[in-house]
Design a protein around this ligand. Structure first.
Ligand code: GLP
Length: 233
């Protein structure tokens, strides 16, 4: 793991963008993308750049169950709003949270990842150490699956919804094994609320109790943190 401390989210976004450009120059074709507030500065860098994404493929980590792409709380909507509208990819994939058969949808999505190996995966981290929507306890060998969100994740994500009851309780998420197949992983974390998870991810044992700890085993991971998120290291 390479850990880089920067001053703020804006600098983190610029650094992640520089890393992306390096990998694109080296032939990267498929980007793994994340939602949440963490990657916003990174997406802004891309949107304000001259970069042409129209020959690349994007694959998102996860999507809520039950929300359509037109729902402003869906991750499909988020991606459209913050990146795809300004910078369209050749193909952009997200799990379909409205699929009638969610298990079949998870399997279809995993096959899609196999068909488009991810060269550059962006990650945030939940306060409980989750990556994607892989909550504590998720098996390290998990592939794309349907997830019951933990109360702490529902509570953390409720800030984007009018009320707690509106937050979906399930999602479809790439699994830990799916994420680990990515060639390069860049995880960003900002703010003191992430400090415990970052400390355990970096210094703790590799355990399914803290999903992000598996990244210690990945050969090419860059962790971008601000001082607050790095404060317990
Ligand atoms: C959600 C997403 C994760 C994200 C996490 C942290 O649970 N599924 O991919 O990393 O939130 O969100 P934020 O970046 O807003 O702190």
């Amino acid at each position: 793991m390479k850990i880089i401390t920067i001053n703020n989210q804006e600098e983190g976004g610029k650094l992640a963008f520089t890393l992306l450009k390096e990998k694109l120059a080296a032939g990267a074709k498929t980007l793994g993308l994340a939602t949440g507030s963490t990657p916003l500065a990174f997406y802004k860098e891309i949107v304000n750049s001259q970069l042409d994404l129209s020959k690349l493929t994007s694959i998102n980590l996860d999507e809520y169950v039950g929300l359509s792409a037109e729902n402003p709380q869906s991750y499909a909507y988020f991606m459209q709003q913050h990146l795809f509208a300004a910078k369209p990819f050749k193909d952009s994939f997200l799990p379909n949270g409205l699929a009638a058969d969610l298990q079949a949808e998870a399997q279809r999505y995993e096959e899609l990842i196999e068909g488009h190996p991810i060269d550059f995966q962006i990650l945030g981290i939940g306060r409980n150490g989750h990556i994607g929507f892989n909550e504590p306890g998720t098996a390290f060998d998990s592939t794309t699956h349907v997830v019951d969100l933990s109360p702490s994740t529902i509570e953390a994500n409720s800030r984007f919804f009018d009320k707690l009851e509106d937050v979906p309780t399930r999602a479809i998420s790439m699994g830990i094994a799916s994420v680990m197949k990515s060639k390069t992983i860049v995880l960003m974390a900002y703010g003191e609320q992430k400090a415990d998870a970052i400390e355990r991810m970096v210094n703790g044992s590799v355990t399914e109790d803290l999903p992000a700890s598996i990244l210690q085993k990945h050969p090419d991971v860059v962790i971008i943190v601000d001082e607050a998120a790095a404060s317990k290291l």
